[in-house]
Design a protein around this ligand. Structure first.
Ligand SMILES: [Zn+2]
Length: 322
């Protein structure tokens, strides 16, 4: 069977869902399956991945020539090992590619979720036509992917492009990676919620207190965005500050990689101009014009299929991983 007539099992292993699609080589999804990710992690998650793939292959009624899987990192795509998956308990140094290869007797490709989102957006989404692309997902954390001259950056151990841990405030809040002032601690969803809470606790009046039913812990970034749209100053300033720090980080990335597009995905980017406006203003006020005048900063286009599309692009690009 050649690559062009092969069917491929695409797997997106997320912290809450395991999604599998059987695709033909043109990228048509023939079958889709979704299961909850077992909260206990460990072997249960490995078994659930196997089960979901088996079910999808069964429903598709076709054998597959390959499996391409997207998993949270850090991971080593060349060795096919998930080193640590933040949202999957008891996953340390899991040889996922070897496990699935043994189970299904086909080649297995493995990639990091944010890196493959970059590839997915380049092939099928907002980055089409670009050869130098930065992708950032701004959600519970901040993940990143870098494509430079059509090459997805992996690094010596698979650790490259952890853009969320770019420090934009040397003495800023401690990050769970050990560093300080990582952009993830200042512009992710939980960071936005935390900073809004801190402003309210410092005595600033805000609609958020009432919108959260008096329980400040119920504030999340979606609620902060809603309050900002209603004209709340604390909420608007919180987004401005998050956008500022994200813009500082993106300025650093422009200097490092000179991309022609920066694609921003993840739940927090649904805030739209509340986030994009201060990001763009910050980049344009800090980076030389030559870096940003031919570089767009745009929302991601693929939505929840970004992982599956990234897995497909990994397979089709023959990135030679694992
Ligand atoms: Zn960090």
């Amino acid at each position: 069977m050649t690559a062009t007539d092969a069917h491929i099992a695409l797997v997106d292993l997320g912290g809450t869902q395991i999604r599998v699609a059987i695709s033909d080589a043109e990228g048509n999804f023939i079958t889709r399956v979704a299961h909850s990710t077992p909260p206990e992690g460990g072997q249960a998650t490995i078994d659930a991945v196997k089960r979901a793939i088996r079910q999808a292959i069964g429903e598709g009624g076709r054998s597959v020539a390959s499996i391409a899987i997207v998993a949270p990192g850090p991971l080593d795509p060349r060795k096919g090992i998930v080193i640590h998956a933040p949202n999957v308990p008891k996953w340390r140094n899991i040889p996922l590619s070897a496990i699935l290869r043994e189970e299904f007797s086909v080649p297995v490709l493995l990639g990091n979720d944010a890196s493959l989102a970059a590839l997915g957006e380049q092939w099928y989404g907002a980055g089409q036509g670009h050869h130098d692309l930065i992708y950032l997902t701004v959600s519970t954390g901040i993940g990143g992917g870098v494509i430079s001259d059509d090459v997805l950056l992996i690094g010596a151990h698979g650790y490259a492009a952890e853009l969320g841990h770019n420090s934009v405030w040397a003495d800023g809040p401690r990050c769970n990676c050990g560093n300080r002032g990582c952009v993830e601690t200042l512009a992710s969803g939980p960071a936005i919620a935390r900073q809004a809470r801190e402003a309210i606790r410092a005595g600033r009046p805000s609609l958020l207190t009432e919108m959260a039913g008096g329980d400040l812990e119920a504030i999340d970034s979606r609620l902060v965005a809603e309050a900002a749209r209603r004209g709340d100053t604390v909420a608007a300033n919180t987004f401005k500050r998050a956008g500022y720090f994200l813009g500082v980080a993106i300025t650093n990335f422009l200097y490092a990689f000179d991309p022609t597009v920066v694609v921003l995905g993840g739940g927090v980017t649904k805030a739209g101009p509340l986030l994009f406006d201060p990001v763009t203003a910050t980049v344009q006020s800090r980076a030389p014009r030559a870096y940003w005048e031919h570089c767009e900063i745009v929302p991601a286009a693929l939505g929840e299929d970004v992982g599956l599309r990234g897995a497909l692009a990994l397979y089709l690009s023959g990135a030679g991983l694992s």
